[in-house]
Ligand binder design. Structure first.
Ligand SMILES: [Zn+2]
Length: 269
């Protein structure tokens, strides 16, 4: 059941008496991986985002010092993936269902006595939902620290390994995700079907962009026939190994930071 997570760090393997007896519960780091089951082009499995989150977290927890208490909840495999819904196999929750699920997970974690919860999100279509839930959980439980974090946002080598075009436009099932899957689940990658497909270009003098500061709403088929947005043909396992190593190093630091984090309380002073 624990897949990439070290068994001694897998929350569902604990007993309720383990949890009741746990010391310093307020500083224990509980991590909820949030993934997606959605199309990733003709060459990658639907599980890409869930697999990347679990592999990064599993490696980070292996490297983490044993003195730092941190546990992974079971992955939430389903996410809000409606941008991909024209492609068969995509399973999507509505924003409301995802938000309600995470609110109730957060409430349960809080009720068990924990005060630090990380949403570790690996799918680019849902950070907004997680940010809203995190604030709502904290608003009514003011000693609850909830962190809506994106797996890829830690310092990592992906930028150095990708072309400038891939860095700005390779947003889905391109070089980075394909390389990572060659490292994590090589038997599930069909490189003979890998394609390169970039979205239609916007005027160079426009402030608008697909993602970023001034973006517009799109579904994937507006941008790509194959479901790939980027270049999957240049992916290699070697790049994937290096990305996995550096992103998981970043997550070791994130977990250490969350463990020692003392939330600001200006209203108390
Ligand atoms: Zn993805």
């Amino acid at each position: 059941m624990h897949s990439f997570i070290p068994p001694e760090r897998f929350f569902p393997y604990l007993t309720w008496t383990d949890i009741e007896a746990m010391p310093n519960k307020a500083d224990v780091v509980i991590i909820q991986p949030v993934g997606a089951i959605e199309q990733h082009g003709p060459h990658l499995p639907l599980a890409v985002d869930s697999a990347i989150g679990l592999a990064v977290l599993g490696k980070a927890l292996e490297k983490l010092d044993a003195s730092i208490p941190a546990f992974a909840l079971p992955s939430l495999y389903y996410g809000k993936s409606n941008e991909h819904w024209h492609f068969p196999g995509t399973i999507t929750l509505s924003a409301q269902t995802l938000a309600a699920t995470l609110m109730e997970v957060g409430d349960s974690v809080y009720r068990a006595g924990f005060r630090k919860l990380v949403f570790m999100n690996s799918h680019g279509g849902q950070p907004q939902v997680l940010e809203i839930v995190a604030r709502d959980l904290h608003q009514t439980r003011e000693d609850f620290t909830v962190l809506p974090l994106f797996t890829w946002r830690v310092p990592n080598v992906a930028g150095e390994l990708l072309t400038p075009k891939e860095r700005s436009l390779g947003i889905h099932a391109g070089d980075a995700e394909t390389s990572l899957l060659l490292s994590i689940l090589p038997d599930q990658v069909k490189m003979d079907r890998a394609v390169a497909e970039y979205p239609p270009e916007l005027p160079a003098d426009s402030l608008l962009s697909i993602e970023g500061k001034l973006s517009f709403a799109w579904t994937t088929r507006d941008l790509s026939r194959s479901g790939v947005i980027g270049d999957a043909t240049t992916a290699t396992k070697e790049k994937g190994d290096r990305i996995l190593e550096s992103v998981s190093d970043g997550w070791v630091t994130v977990i250490e930071d969350v463990h020692r984090f003392q939330p600001p309380r200006a209203w108390k002073s």
